[in-house]
Design a protein around this ligand. Sequence first.
Ligand SMILES: [Zn+2]
Length: 320
Amino acid sequence: MDMVNINTIYNSEVCPMQRIFVCSALILGLNVSAMGIQTTFAQTEASTAVSPASQATQSLQFHQLSPNIYWVSGGVGNVGIIIGTQGVIVIDTTVSTDTAQQLLAGIKKITDKPVTTVILTHEDADHVNGLTAFPANIEIIAQKNAAKNIANSPTFANAAQYLPNHLIDQQETIVRQGITLKLLHWGPAHTAGDLIVYLPEQHTVFTGDIFTLNQPRTLIHYNKQGSSEGWVTNAQNILALDADTFVVGHGDVQNKAGIAQRVKLVSDERNQIKTLVAQKKTLAEIQKIVGDPPPTPAGSPPPRFAPFSEVVYRELTEKK
Ligand SMILES: [Zn+2]
């Protein structure tokens, strides 16, 4: 595993399970479950496009949801694949060029159709850094706040052809390759630029990292203008969609009950913290009560994601 990949993975998300998985996977395997048939590429075939140093990061699993919709795990952030009439729509792009090359090789095993549209659910590296493996001059859709930060990212400093070229402010319904896609932004949640992809005809939602089901708690980028209050709004709106399949940013695909459970858990915890703040409890007292890790000692590097309790506390006490 080269240093670029290590740094990207370690800086991208707090994903202990994913880290353990990608760092301990010594055998390169690209499993494609197409039409319910599980096939494994031979190592030599799959490794032609990647350097040996990066092989340990490559182990993508394709999961079929319906005849033309798949989700892919193993690329740190989950990916969605929608095969349309003449082309393929991809939602998020994995963590690196190498991993995205594996993704594209896997798509080729399913369909001959080219990738024509990429939709980015937000700006985090584990969802956008694979873009540079994609064909140039395709449509790249992102929420405008995310697009701005992607343009400022060093990864894309010399890759202007991969910057989002179709920006969403709040909501837009588009039809691509015969598929109706509702692109939804309900204000800040995980970041300031979250974009939810809803396929009303397929009753399927790609939530991005508003839902990270491999984590015990919701992750909010407070330093990227994410919002726990906004998270509750977004999560409730996602839950209210006429859908029964929810592909989350990290973790397994969910049904409505799974999403409802998470929305209730996080909303209840936020309400509890709000009550404790109103009672003038300190952050340390609140974190002890809700079972979050205590505040980082002075002088220690801060964790990438502040604990959920700290985000709520700061929102309620700093923005007055
Ligand atoms: Zn992520």
